[in-house]
Design a protein around this ligand. Structure first.
Ligand SMILES: Nc1nc2c(c(=O)[nH]1)N[C@H]1C(S)=C(S)[C@@H](COP(=O)(O)O)O[C@H]1N2
Ligand SMILES: [Mo]
Length: 561
């Protein structure tokens, strides 16, 4: 029996894991089964040390910004998904290497069985991981488990089979067609069951394995992609169902509350009201959780005399709704970054719901948990003091999209996104505080939004003349959580700080659009901006990266006039 080396194992491991991914993909699309490569990645993202994850996130956000790879949130998601596929490829390569090493010296017929057993082990591991983190599969849990096990046992058996075949084949170039053909024509009875000699060598066999692998992969990926466009996933179905039974209020874009604001933004300033489809999305999932609107309820339990279980309709219909224009930002947003957006949030103040619960005397905190395992705590004292804290079910007058937390998320003024769970499933009333998901991973406990100001545009193509003087409009946004903006200043080429004009904002909770028309001078110039929050405090001008409590520093932009 010839020995098959580790290197061949790594190579075959790579060849065999790719069609496995394709098979998982088709089944995910067609039958709501788990896409295990994503589950593995999501599990690692939740399990690895927070410092390491943070390092990874920071590096990725800087890379995307630095190389101008497009919008940060979706590019990051795409990179993460590619990373998940790469990681699973590595699992396959390692599996092939291990299998081929362990199979050395084993009896021919045992190899398939042994490979299957190895695949079974990997399968068991993956089904536990998938069960822990998968939030998109709709098939019954038992079916999911059996499926994962089957596929990976099959993968292991294939490794064993290829290994056994290899052992029987001659090295590349060593096959003498005449000899092999002769033996095929006249096998002895004793040879037939155990030794099959074919007129190919190892290299040719490898090519066949590779072709079969490519065929399955292309077919699987193609079929999966077709299914993705042809049929509605469970999430889309849930969303459109919810859309149908929601009386759709007029979209906020129709009439914004500051429609009569006197100051017009400098040309090139970002939209003051972010279209929902352009709003950044950040969360710990490669794909957002699929929540079935019909089955979903919000359970409020813990230190209460009257635990509540609310349906989405209960929340929509039994309380006075509240609309708030809100700017949300991710704590990972860099100075001038795009992880910030503004829309109209609709929901119900927590102050309306709490009295119904019969809070017990020792009730101090709410633990808000989500379908994806994310959670945060909220001090009841803050809820008592701020009626704006709300459970929110609509953005821009429509049910939350799956990306943005369907069916329910919370809004807490003045806090970065990391404190504000999407896809809420339960609220537990507790006596003690608990570190939230990102706090536990090393991020700021309070996560109060930092004051920040950004130059969106130096509108070199909108230069105009007034009283014999040329001006260039400069503009952008300034934001300081719920604290408002009292003043914005611009400095050109390190000159004196000049006061910019402020546009009436959409609300006290949104960014403020500012504009400064600079007396035109030819040449290359550097523009810098700084802001003061509502109580007159200057933003922190010292440069600091996002970790652990939000980026600070002055935003600058160079322009040649
Ligand atoms: N369930 C859940 N909620 C979550 C998160 C998450 O990973 N899971 N991420 C938080 C973070 S870090 C941010 S910045 C905001 C982003 O909300 P958006 O994607 O709607 O913009 O969601 C927050 N809520
Ligand atoms: Mo975030």
């Amino acid at each position: 029996m010839k020995q098959i080396g580790l290197r061949m194992g790594l190579l075959v491991g790579a060849l065999l894991i790719v069609p496995v991914m394709a098979v998982f993909f088709v089944a995910d699309r067609l039958a709501g089964l788990p896409f295990v490569p994503f589950d593995l990645f999501d599990w690692l993202a939740r399990t690895l040390p927070g410092g390491l994850i943070t390092l990874g996130i920071d590096a990725m956000v800087s890379l995307i910004g630095g190389l101008g790879l497009g919008d940060t949130a979706s590019t990051a998601k795409l990179l993460e998904q590619l990373g998940a596929l790469g990681l699973f490829l590595l699992v396959g390569v390692a599996g092939g290497g291990i299998a081929f090493t362990l199979l050395q010296g084993r009896e021919d017929r045992q190899r398939v069985l042994f490979g299957a057993a190895l695949g079974g082990l990997v399968g068991l591991l993956m089904l536990v991981i998938s069960a822990a983190v998968n939030v998109t599969a709709s098939a019954a849990p038992v079916v999911q488990a059996v499926w994962i096990l089957l596929v990976l046992v099959g993968w292991g058996a294939a490794l064993g089979w290829v290994n056994a075949r290899f052992a029987r084949l001659p090295e590349a170039g060593a096959a003498r067609p005449g000899e092999a053909a002769a033996r095929i024509e006249a096998p002895t009875a004793a040879e037939r069951p155990s030794v099959t000699v074919e007129p190919i060598d190892r290299r040719q066999f490898l090519v066949r394995v590779g072709s079969a692998s490519a065929l399955i992969t292309v077919a699987g990926a193609g079929l999966g992609a077709l299914a993705a466009t042809a049929t509605q996933g469970p999430q889309e179905a849930a969303l459109s169902e919810a859309l149908e039974d929601t009386p759709s209020p007029p979209r906020a874009t129709a009439a914004l509350p500051n429609a009569d604001a006197a100051l017009q933004p400098a040309p090139g300033t970002r939209p003051e009201y972010t279209p929902v489809e352009d709003h950044y999305r950040i969360d710990i999932n490669l794909r957002p959780p699929a929540v079935d609107a019909e089955e979903w309820t919000l359970a409020i339990t813990g230190l209460v005399d009257n635990p509540l279980t609310l349906t989405l309709d209960d929340i929509r219909n039994n309380y006075e709704p509240m609309d708030q224009y809100v700017t949300l930002s991710c704590i990972s947003n860099q100075i001038g970054g795009d992880l910030i957006g503004t829309t109209r949030w609709t929901g119900v103040s927590l102050q309306q719901i709490l009295p119904q619960l019969g809070l017990q005397a020792d009730a101090e905190y709410l633990k808000i948990s989500s379908a994806d395992g994310f959670y945060e705590t909220l001090w009841l004292g803050l809820v008592d003091a701020d009626e704006r804290i709300m459970l929110c079910y609509a953005w821009d007058g429509r049910p939350l999209t799956v990306d943005h937390g369907f069916p329910l998320r919370i809004y807490i003024p003045d806090r970065y996104g990391m404190k504000q769970p999407k896809w809420i499933t339960t609220i537990e009333v507790m006596e003690h505080d608990e570190e939230g998901y990102w706090v536990r991973r090393g991020w700021d406990e309070v996560a109060r939004m930092k004051a920040t100001s950004v130059i969106d545009t130096v509108a070199t193509d909108a230069v105009y003349e007034e009283n014999g003087q040329m001006f260039v409009p400069v503009g952008g946004i300034a934001h300081a959580g719920a604290r408002g903006i009292s003043r914005v200043e611009v400095s050109v080429d390190d000159g004196e700080w000049q006061q910019a004009q402020l546009r009436t904002p959409l609300s006290d909770l949104t960014w403020v659009i500012w504009r400064y028309d600079w007396p035109f001078e030819e040449g290359a110039h550097t523009f810098a901006v700084r802001c003061y929050d509502g109580d007159g405090t200057l933003q922190i001008t010292e440069r600091h990266p996002p970790h652990p409590s939000g980026a600070t520093g002055i935003h600058t932009r160079r322009a040649t006039l």
